[in-house]
Design a protein around this ligand. Structure first.
Ligand code: AHR
Length: 325
């Protein structure tokens, strides 16, 4: 009887060994699988602008360079799709979540689920409003209020504190739209002859920027002295509309925007865009350095601010060759 147990035991061990990884060359057992790759779930707003595309590329390229298993989800601008992506990342037990939140509110439930699953959340590019800021580890972004203020101060100097301004706002509810508007209004407050005559969302896209500017031209052509766009893509659309109406953007109408993408530099060199405030999208290296710090248990600032600067058409030609996005 005992011998039967021995046979069974040897047979079982023989089976298990067959289940092992196939022997490497030369018969030696294959090395144990490589150390588990860091897995990161990245929920991106969409691809509404050249800036957004540059941000996505920076994060994806850096993940590849560092051998990170990146799960990428493009939400086509819809918060519901971002929440769905985060829910899926949590179910897949990713190590870290990176979120570029399309709007400021509506994140409490899904971020609480991430916290309960012990998955740190890093916000990139845009902030959120939550009752408990422990629901995210850090925000890596520009200061959008400061960008709006910088644009206003430049325009006040450029127009000697007197302009009828037409504003193209970013996506409704998005932090950059809310804060760039806030900062710009603060910046023109001390100039009573600088007035925002009309202000409308063009959703951060070139097409909508052209459409909204065409409507402004139709109703207010002779009043338009300056355009403030919350991003370059909308400004480039507005420039197209102004050009088609023979209104000489960059000369007859002063145009200022935010982002400092390549297209904006090309428009400044052509004399059609007067200035743009940089909002740096190349966050990839900083995102993964921050993830490493978090995983090493090192302290991380709640807000890691990207530094921005303003570029004008007067210096665009010398700078355009060195631009990375
Ligand atoms: O959140 C940053 C903004 O989002 C950029 O200024 C704009 O181009 C993008 O759509």
């Amino acid at each position: 009887m005992r011998w039967m147990w021995m046979v069974a035991l040897i047979t079982l061990m023989g089976c298990k060994s067959e289940n092992k990884a196939p022997a490497a060359e030369g018969g030696a057992p294959a090395a144990p699988s490589a150390e588990k790759k860091l897995s990161v779930g990245f929920s991106q707003v969409g691809a509404e602008s050249a800036w957004r595309t540059a941000e996505t590329k920076s994060i994806r390229d850096e993940a590849e360079k560092r051998g990170v298993a990146l799960k990428f989800a493009d939400a086509q601008g819809k918060q519901a799709q971002q929440i769905q992506a985060l829910t899926s990342f949590i179910a897949q037990k990713v190590d870290v979540i990176v979120l570029a939140p399309v709007v400021e509110t509506g994140w409490e439930v899904v971020l609480r689920q991430a916290k309960e699953a012990n998955i740190p959340v890093i916000l990139v590019d845009r902030g959120i409003k939550v009752s408990d800021d422990s629901l995210y580890t850090t925000l890596i972004a520009s200061d959008f209020v400061a960008e709006g203020r910088m644009a206003a101060e430049w325009l006040a100097k450029q127009t000697n504190g007197k302009a009828n301004i037409y504003e193209l706002q970013g996506s409704t509810g998005a932090a950059p739209a809310i804060d760039r508007k806030k900062g710009f209004e603060e910046g023109i407050q001390k100039f009573p002859e600088m007035k925002i005559v009309k202000s409308q969302s063009a959703d951060f896209t070139r097409a909508k920027g052209k459409e909204v500017m065409e409507a402004f031209i139709k109703s207010d052509r002779d009043q338009i002295q300056a355009v403030y766009a919350h991003n370059d893509d909308m400004a480039l659309g507005a420039i197209q509309a102004l050009d088609e109406a023979g209104m000489k953007p960059g000369e007859g109408v002063t145009v200022i925007s935010v982002d400092a993408v390549k297209g904006a530099f090309e428009a400044m060199v052509a004399g059609k865009l007067n200035a743009t405030v940089e909002c740096n999208p190349l966050m990839g290296p900083l995102v993964f350095d921050t993830i490493n710090k978090i995983r090493a248990g090192e302290p991380v600032e709640k807000f890691i601010q990207s530094k921005d600067q303003l570029f004008e058409k007067t210096n665009a030609a010398q700078v355009i060759g060195s631009r990375e996005y």
